[in-house]
Design a protein around this ligand. Structure first.
Ligand code: AMP
Ligand code: MG
Length: 339
């Protein structure tokens, strides 16, 4: 039962892709727990049903661990939030099932959260940004957004694959291995540090949108030619892909006249991308904010915190409306807590 708004503990479940995460937040944004278990494919990219099977297997342990870390009991929870989309169907459905079961068992409200909005909100919570242009770059998403007239508007996005996916597929083709704690993008970043020869690859920005599939095809073809050092190809792929998202972010910044840039998503870990964006921020006299890595990559804390923001604005998701939304765009959701 909720006695006072200050006593609310929200448990958030993240399961859009390869990570199953559980976070617990207080109403004032204190993150009491943030536990995650990632699925690492034996071969190739994420297989949605295999990832969902992983999530179902680890769910109970991750939940227990989060409650222990927070030092509370499940009966202390007042609200359950879950990633309702966008994401991979089987993965989303597994998280939603856990969330529905918990909310029904504890007899507390449920809130469906838009995963992309959660990345922006946790970024604002964990940095000084309040109303930024956000570059959100991950394994499944590439979105440049900013708040305007009640919603987060999309200023630019990928027309095909996500930036992280482009780096991951190239890395796998190059024989790099995804290990626990070392994502493929990080392995590629390390090699790129030893690159210095810029190999020409397609730079594709259409209007305010970006496209990575042609760049990926070209990078893989160059790799197979065996004419260039792998370090130079990693370096070139990073330089070109990052310059594309930076160009769009810079134009969105100039257009909106926002005073802050926020970088989030798993690719936000990349030091070269951070540096490029920080230069743009400096040029425009605005602040550059990067979300701490624990909260930049997919995590349950961001879902818990965004669930609370929504709940405080009077939003709940009845079970019959809790169906997952695989292609739920960030600009389809009203943001009453920003008004
Ligand atoms: P997420 O989808 O938010 O869980 O983030 C995972 C994505 O971030 C994957 O595509 C990773 O390869 C990518 N990633 C993680 N660390 C780095 C890094 N240091 N540089 C570039 N990409 C990274
Ligand atoms: Mg992930």
């Amino acid at each position: 039962m909720i006695n006072s708004i200050n006593e609310i503990y929200c448990l958030g479940i993240e399961s859009t892709a390869d990570d199953f995460g559980v976070g617990i937040s207080t109403c004032s944004g204190e993150i009491l727990a943030n536990i995650s278990d990632g699925y690492i494919p034996e071969k190739g990219g994420i297989h949605p049903r295999e990832a969902a099977r992983h999530h179902a297997m680890v769910a109970s342990d991750v939940l227990d661990e989060a409650l222990i870390q927070a030092g509370i009991k499940s009966s202390d929870l007042s609200l359950i939030a879950f990633s309702q989309g966008p994401g991979l169907g089987p993965c989303l459905r597994t998280g939603a099932t856990v969330a529905r079961a918990l909310a029904a068992y504890l007899n507390i409200p449920l809130v469906g959260v838009n995963h992309s909005i959660a990345h922006v909100e946790i970024g604002k919570l964990k940095t000084n940004a309040t109303d930024p242009i956000t570059l959100y770059v991950s394994g499944g998403n590439t979105i440049i957004s900013a708040f305007n007239s009640g919603r987060y508007r999309i200023f630019g996005e990928t027309l095909d694959i996500a930036l992280g996916n482009c780096l991951d597929v190239f890395s796998r083709e190059a024989g790099l291995k995804h290990k626990k704690g070392i994502p493929l993008g990080a392995a590629l970043e390390k090699l790129a540090l030893d690159g210095n020869n810029l190999v020409l690859m397609p730079y594709i920005v259409k209007g305010m949108d970006v496209s990575f599939s042609g760049l990926l095809t070209s990078a893989v073809a160059l790799l197979r030619q065996k004419k260039y050092r792998l370090q130079d190809l990693c370096y070139s792929l990073q330089e070109i892909a990052f310059a594309m998202v930076c160009e769009v972010t810079e134009r969105a910044l100039a257009h909106t006249e926002k005073k802050e840039i926020l970088l989030t998503g798993g690719v936000a870990a990349n030091k070269r991308l951070q540096f490029m964006l920080s230069l743009i921020a400096k040029d425009h006299g605005v602040s550059f904010n990067k979300v701490p890595l624990e909260f930049a990559t997919d995590n349950g804390a961001m879902i818990a915190w965004t669930g609370l923001l929504a709940f405080r604005s009077g939003i709940v998701t009845p079970i019959e409306e809790s169906i997952v939304k695989l292609r739920w765009r960030i600009d389809r959701v009203d943001i009453p807590w920003m008004n």
